[in-house]
Design a protein around this ligand. Structure first.
Ligand code: F0G
Length: 484
């Protein structure tokens, strides 16, 4: 059920936007011939497309959320000062109100926080257990000489599932990891809210309390990534009975009180472009503090513009509003449930962040070295103008011997930037996914022609392993005539 408070006479139930659109950006929908040219020009990598060639930009929800009138207004009263800016004080107050943490270090975005935390706490050969890695998190931990150890439940990677909390940590695996590696080699346990790479799946407070217990028994700290916390809170309220009647703020504080350090990319939660690290522990704060002026900027801006700092302060507070945080997961659920009902392989239950197509199930004739999630992303752009993001083997870098590391899941993520798309746009992309599903046998593989060593998914260039894109286009023209 969406919006139980709003009943339509038709009996149909749809998520209704609880905001109105007051600033718009014109979109282009190119003919398929030009979309194919744009895809070839981008080396079959959706990161390398020009936004002017994109109809629905579903690459990410990072820095692309709609901002509110209140955020835009706040940007006009920013206090421009290198040191001691009032804008910073307003942000620090918002951080305390939203996350219940008194000590705050600003950074320019989420990975900058990961850089600082990894440099300070991750020793050489240190092992960081976590529910699941994020690309930049893993890169920063490895850059500091450590490794990532994922201790998720066996069901976390099941594509079709009814499990409410696939982002939970498996407590037995966590305890075994601590026994095996020794607590002195574990700098911290990391928990990621709204676990990005497995489909925006949440963890429960019940699970986090158990993680806390294990951490306390072993004298370990918990670092919580709250970049996607809004959606995790939404799912806790919807799915964890104890929190059914609790406010967003109460749930957030319960969660944050269980962590020693938290950090975020406010390009996601907060709908601005910045980030930060927060804690109530002065000793930990002081350990990290000195790296901020070295890598980010003075302590009262941390690489952010004062305008973004003001927007972030307002955006974080707006994250306490139920109407605000429920919008994106409900739109995602609308698309996921429609695709699932048609037998199209998609991660269920619907998570936060986006709709995740399962490329292994979608393109079973490809193997992981054909890069099925990348191929599906290229094909969907060609047939619809919507660009998603590959979250599969291309997103894994090669191992030390230069071999591809097949990803455990091959996903095409279609992100829902918050409050950006309308329901008719969602219906359009649903229709094109359905057409692609019916014509899936036409989609072939990709291979690298230019491959960076680190985070290759950002800038790598690929090509089709056959003339499948041309055949796909010909079938589109045969079925749709001269329609866009
Ligand atoms: N942690 C999580 C859970 C993230 O999703 C991201 C970014 C980061 C950290 C890094 O933050 O981009 O501000 O440096 N995720 C983006 C995405 C890039 O598209 O999912 P950042």
């Amino acid at each position: 059920m969406f919006n139980e408070a709003i009943k339509l006479t038709s009996g149909e139930n749809v998520p209704v936007e609880m905001h109105k659109v007051r600033i718009v950006q014109k979109l282009n929908l190119l003919p398929i011939e030009e979309r194919l040219k744009a895809m070839e020009g981008a080396g079959f990598n959706t990161f390398l497309l020009q936004n002017r060639d994109v109809f629905m930009d579903m690459l990410t929800d990072s820095g692309t959320n709609a901002m509110s009138d209140q955020q835009l207004a706040a940007m006009m009263v920013a206090d421009d000062a290198y040191a001691g800016s009032e804008s910073f004080n307003r942000l620090a107050e918002a951080i305390e109100e939203v996350f219940n943490k008194k000590l705050f270090l600003p950074v320019h975005q989420g990975r900058a926080a990961e850089h600082i935390i990894s440099q300070v706490f991750v020793q050489k050969d240190g092992v960081v257990p976590m529910n699941f890695h994020f690309t930049t998190t893993k890169a920063h931990i490895e850059y500091a000489g450590g490794t990532v150890l994922e201790v998720f439940n066996d069901d976390a990677l099941e594509i079709k599932s009814k499990k409410p909390f696939k982002g939970n940590i498996d407590i037995d695996k966590l305890k075994a990891a601590i026994r095996q590696h020794g607590k002195e080699n574990i700098p911290y346990i990391r928990l990621e809210a709204g676990t990005n790479l497995i489909g925006g799946q949440p963890f429960s407070i019940e699970n986090m309390r158990e993680v806390r217990k294990v951490a306390d028994e072993n004298g370990l700290m918990i670092v919580l990534d709250v970049s996607l916390v809004g959606e995790n809170v939404y799912f806790i309220k919807m799915r964890e009975p104890e929190f059914k009647d609790k406010s967003v703020k109460e749930i957030l504080h319960t969660m944050c009180d269980l962590a020693d350090i938290l950090y975020l990319s406010s390009r996601k939660f907060g709908c601005a472009r910045g980030g930060g690290i927060a804690t109530n522990n002065r000793e930990l704060f002081l350990k990290m503090r000195d790296l901020i002026p070295l890598f980010e900027g003075f302590l009262t801006y941390g690489g952010m513009s004062v305008r973004e700092i003001e927007a972030m302060a307002v955006g974080l507070r707006e994250g306490l509003d139920w109407d605000m945080i429920k919008h994106s997961p409900e739109f995602i659920r609308y698309l996921v449930d429609s695709l699932d009902a048609q037998g199209i392989p998609v991660i269920t239950p619907a998570g936060g962040l986006g709709c995740h197509l399962d490329a292994t199930g979608f393109l079973p004739h490809l193997n992981s070295l054909d890069y099925p999630a990348g191929a599906l992303g290229a094909a969907l752009y060609i047939v619809s103008g919507a660009r998603g993001m590959e979250r599969g083997t291309i997103s894994m870098d090669r191992d030390a011997n230069g071999n591809d590391v097949p990803s455990e899941v091959e996903l095409l993520r279609l992100a829902f930037p918050r409050r950006v798309f309308t329901l008719s746009q969602v219906k359009y992309v649903e229709d094109r996914i359905k057409w692609l599903w019916e014509n899936r046998n036409l989609v072939g593989g990709l291979r690298f022609v230019e491959e960076p060593k680190v985070l290759r998914f950002f800038l790598g260039r690929l090509e089709a392993t056959s003339d499948w894109p041309q055949k796909l286009m010909a079938k589109f023209r045969a079925d749709f005539g001269d329609s866009l």
